[in-house]
Design a protein around this ligand. Structure first.
Ligand code: MN
Length: 321
């Protein structure tokens, strides 16, 4: 798992241990296992949130763990051109390469720890696929796509595209020096990630060494989710087991804890987790395919606007089909 790695994590800023008398550890409300699915032209995903209570996920709507998969030559797959409206997509590439192009001039290639942040807002067309060279060669492919909802007043903002390079994420370590924490967006323990969000969220990727423990201060007004990308460990004060493809949803409090088991499988020597939280929007959600709105009437409008070409046009120099 390359993402961003460093030679000596003990040189990074340490997150101080929260005062155990003042800080309230968040309880674990549920641990659910992501079902397997297939996305786009046929790439394998884990539907990270599919088994959890959607009310506890707010402001997040959906998350796919893309792969991890080792493609044969000619096998890598992406999506055709398709629309979105009403939310933001965050694509974090851990291993391999993904290419993006959209109808408002955004586009680029992300690899090994890079993130693309696309605010669909009022409407956009885009394509997401491996570049031609990777389709030819095959290879390792592993990433995340997270959907962050927008409140009603921001569903009609103009589309925006952010290209976040791996080298710009904030890197931290835990009090015990056993965790590499990459802050991609928002604020974690006073350190800011580069992603700019309409809906306030924090997003970090942690690699927890065998036997190490991550104790993270977490804003009370945010929800708290920990998703295991790979490895085995526990979450919360009562040490609920968490393993590859499982999501832990936390209750109220101001500290989130994750610990890696001392024994890990040899192909995944550490526990890798995404830690996510955001301020709940608390509005009705009408979600149909690539559109996330507040009402069914707005979904019907999105479908007719897309058919009428009001979400943009595929650029003349487009990639893919
Ligand atoms: Mn898309």
């Amino acid at each position: 798992m390359p993402a961003v790695t460093v030679d000596d994590i003990t040189n990074l800023p340490h997150i101080p241990l929260p005062d155990p008398l003042a800080a309230h550890e968040r309880p674990v409300l549920s641990v659910t296992t992501a079902p397997h699915g297939v996305e786009g032209e046929g790439f394998p995903v884990r539907r990270a949130f599919a088994a959890a209570d959607p009310r506890l996920l707010d402001p997040f709507v959906h998350m796919d763990q893309m792969g991890e998969v080792e493609y044969a030559p000619g096998e890598p797959k992406g999506t055709p051109w398709h629309p979105h409206r009403g939310f933001e997509t965050v694509t974090y590439m851990i291993d391999g390469t993904f290419q993006h192009q959209d109808s408002v001039g955004g586009g680029g290639v992300i690899t090994n720890g890079d993130t693309q942040w696309m605010t669909a807002g009022a409407g956009i067309l885009h394509i997401e696929r491996p570049p031609e060279a990777l389709i030819a060669s095959g290879g390792l492919f592993h990433g995340i796509q997270l959907w962050v909802n927008l409140p009603a007043v921001e569903k009609w903002v103009p589309p925006r595209y952010q290209d976040i390079r791996a080298g710009t994420v904030a890197l931290l370590t835990s009090y015990d020096g056993g965790t590499l924490l990459r802050v991609i967006a928002g604020d974690v323990a006073g350190y800011h990630g580069p992603g700019i969000t309409h809906t306030p969220i924090s997003m970090a990727h942690a690699t927890v060494s065998p036997g190490a423990r991550l104790v993270l201060p977490w804003p009370r007004e945010f929800n708290a989710l920990v998703y295991a990308l790979s490895g085995q460990g526990t979450v919360g004060s009562d040490a609920r087991p968490l393993a590859t493809g499982q999501l832990a949803v936390f209750g109220d409090g101001d500290v989130v804890t994750v610990a890696a088991n001392a024994e890990q499988e040899s192909r995944h020597p550490a526990l890798d987790v995404l830690v996510l939280g955001g301020r709940p929007i608390r509005e009705p959600v009408a979600w149909y395919g690539p559109f996330v709105m507040n009402t069914h009437a707005e979904i019907a409008q999105a479908l007719s606007d897309y058919k009428a070409g009001k979400m943009g046009v595929v650029p003349a120099d487009h990639i893919g089909v």
